[in-house]
Design a protein around this ligand. Structure first.
Ligand SMILES: Nc1ncnc2c1ncn2[C@@H]1O[C@H](COP(=O)(O)OP(=O)(O)OP(=O)(O)O)[C@@H](O)[C@H]1O
Ligand SMILES: Nc1nc2c(ncn2[C@@H]2O[C@H](COP(=O)(O)O)[C@@H](O)[C@H]2O)c(=O)[nH]1
Length: 422
């Protein structure tokens, strides 16, 4: 039997208050997860550009605003909320195309639990849902001067619509041809330290005397553009990403010899002698760490550039790919206030329009193979509209879905914030 969905406060208010002024309080949903209640949405008196989250312990009834991580969805006229696996809440925004429609509010995932310890307070994290199975991000590491940037530039040039570069933050000064926002976000140390403290970074490390880091946004921007993200980060960063929930492919690039590495670094001519010495000292340690068991999935030796690039393309299964740019046409989920939702296993059926309406439409959201999550996107969602939804549902499940109780009677207490099941 499926779980009951969250309560849509607006709808409940409409059902239960017979037009009292409680109805005018913006759109919020209230959901119970474990011993906590989450209010998601905004009220008329909250002029926020994003959906607000409040949390209350069941026992206290007092609302607090938790630390909210990740890019947040903008408020919308109507949304629905469904608790999934007791650790995240699915939010379906009513007025967006599928690429901005599905959001996950993580309330007790491993990432959130880890952040809660770090902040010493309640933490929730947003992760945008991505329809379809976007390919895993690629982490490329290796000592300075080995040719990571050159290999990445080749990939981006040959497959511009397939790959996007994760633009890191750094406190180092820009080189002559480097552009802010393209090669790096060049940042003051104090600003970057504050942003790290605020949880904006997926990973960061002190590298050759400067601070470098990948913001969550840098990775999300690439995913939003429908591209596969490439991260050029040092071994410490790769270790942090490995420990995070971002599922990626980890590739280590080695030089053919230490002498050749030194030659390339000097020939590049971007560092002072002192900096070259420092980078070479660090390179010895990085080459050792590159061998750490379980850290890298692939090791490539960049001796001849063309050969190494061909090997990189082969392991990314691009050796026989010719880039074709095609536009996808997303399904538009038009979620009116008048909707209902049912859940069975990992499938969510959204019915728009009243039962008796001839024009009612249905969407089936299949979450059975979702992956990833905060920090970053939740990938692998499938959506079927009423014309095609039987494609996404197994034999017998259609009947089971219809058995699910959609709404239950409720009582409103405390101006509609706390809802009690009868
Ligand atoms: N296979 C190769 N053979 C010879 N030179 C190479 C090869 N690959 C890259 N180079 C050259 O080596 C220099 C360093 O390359 P690149 O800047 O790509 O290294 P990197 O690993 O990105 O360094 P960093 O980590 O410092 O950013 C560049 O001048 C580049 O043109
Ligand atoms: N941990 C991270 N390392 C990063 C990041 N961005 C770049 N790097 C690594 O720093 C060194 C030096 O880079 P350079 O541009 O100053 O030559 C190199 O190994 C990069 O891979 C990051 O966001 N996080």
């Amino acid at each position: 039997m499926g779980e009951a969905p969250a309560f849509i406060v607006d709808d409940l208010l409409a059902d239960c208050t017979n037009g009292s002024d409680l109805k005018s309080k913006g759109h919020q949903t209230v959901v119970n997860v474990g011993n906590k209640i989450f209010m998601i949405g905004s009220t008329d008196h909250e002029s926020s550009s994003t959906i607000v989250v409040k949390v209350s312990e069941n026992s206290t009834g007092e609302w607090v605003i938790p630390v909210v991580l990740g890019t947040r969805p903008k408020p919308c006229k109507v949304h629905l909320a469904v608790v999934l696996n007791e650790d995240r809440i699915l939010i379906v925004r009513g007025d967006s195309a599928t690429d901005g429609c599905f959001w996950f509010l993580e309330v007790n995932t491993p990432f959130v639990r880890e952040q809660r310890k770090k902040f010493g307070t309640d933490v929730v994290a947003w992760s945008k849902g991505v329809v379809g199975d976007a390919k895993k991000p690629i982490v490329i590491s290796g000592p300075s001067g080995v040719g990571k940037g050159t290999l990445i530039a080749n990939l981006m040039k040959e497959f511009p619509s397939m790959f996007g570069f994760s633009v890191s933050h750094t406190t180092r000064a820009p080189r002559e041809k480097e552009q802010n926002g393209v090669h790096y976000h060049f940042t003051e140390r104090s600003v970057m330290e504050k942003e790290i403290k605020d949880g904006k970074f997926l990973e960061f490390a002190s590298v050759h005397g400067n601070l470098y880091g990948t913001s969550i946004e840098a990775v999300e921007v690439v995913a939003d553009a429908g591209k596969r993200c490439i991260l050029d980060i040092d071994v410490q960063g790769a270790r942090s990403v490995r420990a995070s929930s971002l599922e990626a492919i980890f590739i280590f690039i080695c030089p053919p010899s230490f002498e050749e590495l030194e030659k390339r670094l000097r020939a590049r001519g971007t560092e002072t002698e002192e900096q070259v010495q420092k980078r070479l000292r660090n390179a010895r340690a990085e080459l050792e760490q590159g061998k750490s068991p379980g850290l890298f999935d692939h090791v490539l030796v960049n001796d001849d550039l063309e050969t190494c690039y061909a090997s990189l393309k082969k392991l990314l299964e691009l050796d026989e790919v010719v880039e074709i740019i095609h536009e996808s046409s997303p399904i538009l989920v038009d979620l009116p206030k008048n909707h209902s939702v049912s859940k069975i296993d990992q499938k969510i059926l959204i019915t728009c329009g009243a039962e008796e309406e001839a024009s009612k439409s249905m969407y089936l959201l299949d979450l059975s193979s979702f992956k990833g999550g905060a920090p970053g996107r939740t990938r692998g969602l499938d959506i079927y509209s009423s014309d095609s939804w039987t494609n996404g549902i197994n034999e017998g499940e259609e009947e089971k879905l219809q058995e699910v109780e959609v709404m239950e009677d409720c009582e409103i207490e405390d101006e509609g914030w706390i809802l009690k099941l009868k």
